[in-house]
Write a protein that binds this ligand. Sequence first.
Ligand code: ADP
Ligand code: MG
Length: 562
Amino acid sequence: MTLNEIIQLPAEVSDKIAAGEVVEKPYNVVKELLENSIDAGADKITVEIADGGLSLIKVTDNGKGIMPEDMPLTIKRHATSKIRSFEDIYSVKTFGFRGEALSAISSVSDFAITSKRDNFDVYTLEKHFNSPPIIKPATSTRGTIVEVRNLFSKIPVRKKFVKSSSNEGKEILKFVKNFSAINYNIDLVFIRDGEKILEFNRSNSMFTRIKDIFGESSCFEIKDSCEGISIEAVAGFPDNQKFRKDNIIIAVNRRIIKDYQLMQGIIQSYYRLMPENRYPFAFVNITIYNENVDVNIHPTKASVRFFNPKEVFDFVYRSFKKGLDGLKLEYDRSDIHESKRYFENNFIDSKVYLTDLTTILDTKNSTQIVKEESESYLPNDFNIIGQLFKTVILCEKGNDLYLIDQHIAHERVLYEQYLSENRTVASTILFEPIIVTLDHKAIDYLKDNQLILQKFGFEYEIFSKNSIKVSAIPSSLMQKNIEEEIKDLITEVIKNSNINNDALALTMSCRNAIKSGDYLTKFEMEEIVRNLFCSSNPFTCPHGRPIIFKLSKEFIFSKFQR
Ligand code: ADP
Ligand code: MG
């Protein structure tokens, strides 16, 4: 009888424990196998699953294959051809390579791997659940086939985590789609329960592949690089708004990862172009070059970080920001009073985004309502027709009718004016200063933000513990009840937890913009439209609502059967 209480777990058991970390669900198996195929340089991959991956997951690739003598090692824990030394673990190249996947997968399934390396014999390694592996000769073409059957079938605890096979199947399909968007340069076939669900031929553009997979075309490309890192992405136009964040897919060196911070960075780059509870659509691949990058990581960290996260975050955020800015109409502000305004676009040739009503009305299919425009918009191009419902400015340009929401258009104009560096809001000095009483929270705020408020046209001094003496106000407030306006404005700004320039500009522009229902003269309409098209983004308001719709002459005429 042994008295030991502590024993070393047999490899069989410890492998299964480790397996729990690598393969939690069938989709993890698909991910690991696909990544192995990519590592092997495959450019043609077939994925087949049955029963949500529970009865079969089979991945066939045309990669470089495995040397016969390496076959037994494929399923050994920590056996990998991808790292050689301890130092390698900390280099970028070894991202995710720990030689654990096949060992883990083969310990919780009936497993087989067949591989052919050019000029070598083909072998199959089979490992049935709980029995030792068998290796036998086989025939096959160049590449590797991995078959995983009866996953978790003998491990009830694991099975508990697995949802219905149809759910697992959906998860796998979603992953395969995302994977093939990121790895657009490979041929990919996906078969589910005997039926070919996806088939893509290799493409040289992520944009095209994404259009093929998701039917998404209201998006633009981002490509950028700086030392040691580059980014390639396809991102939705700001009016391509999603309800969920899971339309943002991030990959590093073509491996899909989950990174909350990077995702936030991407969402933030759409700040003020989208309402707060809407999210962009984006596929992002970040390439990190081993040689150049500072792999600033700490050896004791359980999960290896391969790069300086802050640097990567900044880079991704800036690339998106640049891409989005590139969509806006560019013009030379100094030329504004001459007729020589011009537009140039850094990233995409004069593409802007604009919802075209014609497509909605024509097809009754509102999913694809955004059209890329290749026109430029010169502020003086618009001929004002009139005002509709005291809310919408109608104007024509070329062969299109434009409908512009007067309130949000004006709001966009004011917002940018308020935020622009060298402009202060027109201010009117009061003939007689007025005393406004406020609570002490408001007084504290006013004490601290005197300069910001000055920029917005306010001049005041703290008069007492609960009042201020106002000597100048933004001219736009002149017609209104000054005391009430100031109180409302301050309360609103304070309520807005992040008191800053931007929040103030937003509040002010919303409050001061002409309202729907206000009658406008032709001159006033011209003024708004001209200023709108001088703004950096005439198409969505600072909250992300659309400002402009258009209808084509062709469409209107077709309704009259002309
Ligand atoms: P890792 O990918 O972390 O090295 P795995 O357990 O996923 O570990 O794979 C172990 C080894 O098996 C790999 O390092 C590679 O040499 C080999 N291998 C696995 N899949 C393939 C494949 N599809 N083509 C070529 N070699 C493969
Ligand atoms: Mg692997």
